[in-house]
Design a binder for this molecule. Structure first.
Ligand code: BG6
Length: 487
């Protein structure tokens, strides 16, 4: 039997325990950790829900979630897992629920991690109440889900308020993309191999594309998404974090501060996109009706809870530049959207063509080397090289070397939240964001948000099931390039 990842007893207090994130990601991840024997036996999950929720009804609901989304299900394991879950009804603004929680947590005496899977405007309220009920000690930690705030200003207000109650070392700002196996493999490939470092710069790399495409629409999350949109929901955090991991200098060690220091340098070196550059370099779209995964789906404005005049973007693509020696002149094209042709997440590092070809190459440009990190649906890495076509003629053709992570051993690749939940409980902050990272990211996207708010230009409509608006294709075509269409 392997040693659990979380060896010490713990109390995990989950605010938003009935919400979408708890349902889709957090509870299944905790269940998987439990199934794999990776959680200390003395670990409780305090599910915070609205008062009047019945423990037995909640447990039934959770059973349904893990049955559908957990790694494997059997009654015996489920029973043991369900005993970890304790429901506490709390009205987040009122003292009563917190007093109940305090009694229960004080009785255990174990270190507590508060996980805020609720809207970020509630973070200050939760902190105030925890403090008022003596629920914060030097052994507590708090995990904050993204997006923290709606822009630079509101992000700053929330951070400052939380900092009145928790030290920076106790605050875990989560971005689950950093917990994905391939993102960590990106670090391993970049910094455990010497062959890439010499090529990893503007002399050899033509451009980089980072895509997170989803086939789902807004689902039941219009209440959150209408005021958020793709720029705040995905680009300000997930895409920029992937960009940092790809572009950062080698950190001195894997210690949290070394890694965070290098990431923040990248964010600070991002060339601001302001004024006329916004229309030139940023595309926003909103899905219209269309066929997604074989089914006719409605346009965004017809989704339940969405305003029929909504200008919320469900797609964003942009061209970013990093003003430093390594990356000067190398565009980073980022895009994300809902209801796109395929669910995928990829980082494509497109190398330059050879300076002079001695071979007959029909499609010289498409034959340039390409390193692709596939984050989903399958995790792995592929490298496009050229080889001689077998036969009498000296003809060269592209070939792909693939490294599939699930082939490495036959174990299941853990979900990002499994890794990050264990890290937060173990108090390892390496894969979490420091305050200055978050604020620098907000500072960079703020001018785009302001421009959209004040302009009467609306997002371009794109057909559900496509690769987004035509302007997105044009963004690269203007530079003589094409998106890697995730084929
Ligand atoms: C979340 C966003 O952070 O990431 C969602 O709020 C999005 O809108 C989700 O669907 C995508 O995560 P994953 O891991 O399923 O790609």
């Amino acid at each position: 039997m392997r040693m659990p990842d979380v060896t010490e007893p713990f109390e995990l207090v989950l605010f938003g325990a009935k919400g979408d994130l708890a349902h889709r990601k957090l509870i299944p991840a905790l269940y998987n950790l439990h199934v794999d024997g990776r959680l200390s036996e003395q670990g409780n999950i305090w599910a915070i829900t609205r008062p009047n929720t019945e423990q037995s009804a909640y447990i039934e609901q959770v059973k349904d979630w893990v049955r559908k989304l957990g790694a494997e299900f059997d009654e015996k394991t489920w029973k043991a897992f369900s005993q970890r879950i304790k429901l506490v009804g709390v009205d987040l603004y009122k003292a009563a629920g917190y007093s109940k929680l305090a009694k229960k947590l004080n009785a255990s005496g174990n270190p507590v991690v508060y996980y805020c899977a609720v809207h970020s405007r509630l973070y200050p309220v939760i902190c105030e109440q925890l403090f008022a009920h003596n629920l914060i000690t030097e052994h507590s930690a708090i995990v904050l889900e993204k997006p923290i705030g709606n822009d630079y200003e509101s992000g700053m207000v929330i951070n400052r308020r939380v900092a009145e109650f928790f030290e920076e070392s106790q605050i875990y700002r989560i971005d689950h993309y950093l917990g994905k196996e391939t993102v960590q493999n990106l670090l391993a490939l970049r910094f455990a191999n010497s062959i890439f470092e010499h090529q990893w710069n503007q002399r050899y790399i033509d451009h980089i594309q980072i895509t997170i495409s989803e086939t789902v629409g807004v689902e039941q999350r219009a209440g959150f998404y209408e005021g958020t949109g793709a720029l705040r929901d995905m680009l300000q955090n997930h895409l920029l974090q992937l960009l940092c991991m790809t572009a950062m200098e080698p950190p001195a060690s894997m210690e949290a501060e070394s890694v965070r220091e290098e990431k923040v340098k990248v964010l600070k070196a991002l060339k601001p996109i302001v004024g006329a550059d916004i229309s030139e370099c940023v595309v926003r779209g909103q899905y219209g009706e269309g066929i997604s995964e074989g089914e006719m789906v409605p346009k965004y404005k017809d989704e339940p809870g969405v305003d029929t005049h909504s200008t919320t973007e469900t797609f964003v693509a942009l061209k970013a530049q990093i003003d430093n020696w390594r990356w000067s002149g190398v565009p980073f094209y980022l895009r994300t959207g809902k209801r796109l042709a395929k669910r995928a997440c990829e980082i494509v590092v497109q190398f330059k063509e050879v300076p002079h070809s001695i071979f007959e190459m029909q499609h010289k440009k498409t034959m340039a080397n390409k390193l692709v990190f596939h984050l989903q649906p399958d995790e792995g890495v592929s490298l496009q090289l050229c080889e001689k076509r077998v036969g009498n003629h000296m003809q060269v053709r592209p070939m792909v070397l693939s490294l599939n992570q699930s082939d490495q051993d036959k174990n299941r690749v853990p979900e990002a939240y499994e890794r990050l939940l264990a890290d937060a409980i173990n108090r390892n902050p390496t894969l979490f964001l420091r305050e200055d990272e978050l604020m620098t990211a907000w500072q960079w996207v703020d001018p785009i948000l302001n421009h959209w708010q004040t302009s009467d230009q609306r997002p371009d409509t794109y057909t559900a099931g496509s690769w987004g608006p035509a302007a997105s294709t044009l963004l690269l075509a203007k530079d003589g390039r094409l998106w890697e269409e995730n084929s």
